[in-house]
Structures are given as structure tokens and as C-alpha cells.
Write a protein that binds this ligand. Structure first.
Ligand SMILES: [Zn+2]
Length: 169
């Protein structure tokens, strides 16, 4: 039975680091703990790719490791497992990044007037429109001014929601 926390970790891993990361997390959920070599064998994925992905997952605090000295060989083995924490740090980072993108987009929308082509629906900035002499470069139709008030409102709402979300105390 996969817990809710495990499911969140698996989804996050896939969304942020891709399909291989998701498969690694699913495998760790199943077996509890594994070395990079065990993961490589079980999933049929090259060890270099496994190591890179594990490092990325570690950076995001989605996995942890336990280091054990191999007495015969004299080197360390790393046993990887899921983090015990709820992935607040990674969610907080995503929240900040999303906010940054939305704020930049809002600044752009508010600072520019836009035009569109009534036939092909392409959108152009004011600077572009001046270059094209107010004609669509694609079909030659006259361009019309676009009201981006709806887009601006949507952006503002999304920003407010994200600002109120808090993952870390
Ligand atoms: Zn056009």
C-alpha cells in the first residue's frame, strides 16, 4: 500500500526531474532502500544516468542516503531511500519559481500593448507591429489592438493565491 506522502514524492519527482526519477522513486517505495547499482539493474537503466538522477533527487531533498563502508573493497556504498520529511522545501522552491515567472509575465503584459491578427489570431507586441506597419506579416490583414485586461486579471489572481500559500514556517 503506497502512502499519500509516497505518492506526493513520486509525482513531484516525475514532474521536476522526469520519468526516470519517477521510476527510481517508485522502486525505492517498493524495496525501501537500494544502491545505485541495484537500481540500475532493477530498472535496466545505465548507472551514470541513475547516479545523476539520484543527485538531482537529493538536491531537491526527495531522497536520502546511508553510507556504509565496504570492508573488503575499502570504499563506500550508498544506500538510497525516500526522505522521511514531507517535501516542503521542494514545494516552497517551486512556489517561489512560479511566482517569479508570473510576476515577470504580469510586468510584461502591463508594460506592453498588444495587437492581433483577426484572421490568423497571431499576437504581436507594439514594437513588432511598428516594424510590420500594422499589417499581419503572415497574411497581410490589418492588425487590431488587443485588450489584455482579462489576462492581467488572471495573472494577478494566480499571484495572490501563490503569495498566500506557505509550505515552510
Ligand atoms: Zn494574419
Amino acid at each position: 500500500m503506497v502512502s499519500e506522502r509516497e505518492q506526493v514524492l513520486s509525482t513531484l519527482a516525475r514532474k521536476i526531474h522526469g520519468e526516470i526519477a519517477g521510476r527510481i522513486i517508485d522502486r525505492l517505495i517498493k524495496v525501501g532502500e537500494a544502491t545505485d547499482e541495484q537500481l540500475s539493474q532493477a530498472l535496466g537503466i545505465e548507472i551514470g544516468v541513475i547516479r545523476r538522477t539520484l543527485n538531482a533527487l537529493y538536491e531537491s531533498r526527495l531522497v536520502k542516503y546511508r553510507r556504509v563502508r565496504d570492508v573488503d573493497q575499502g570504499w563506500y556504498l550508498y544506500y538510497w531511500r525516500l526522505t522521511d520529511d514531507f517535501p516542503t522545501r521542494v514545494l516552497e522552491e517551486r512556489r517561489r519559481k512560479a511566482l517569479e515567472i508570473l510576476r515577470r509575465r504580469l510586468e510584461y503584459e502591463e508594460g506592453n500593448s498588444f495587437f492581433y491578427c483577426p484572421s490568423c489570431r497571431f499576437k504581436y507586441s507594439f514594437d513588432e507591429v511598428v516594424d510590420y506597419m500594422f499589417r499581419c506579416p503572415n497574411c497581410g490583414s490589418d492588425l487590431e489592438a488587443l485588450d489584455n485586461g482579462v489576462a492581467v486579471e488572471k495573472l494577478k489572481r494566480a499571484i495572490r493565491i501563490l503569495e498566500e500559500l506557505k509550505f515552510e514556517q
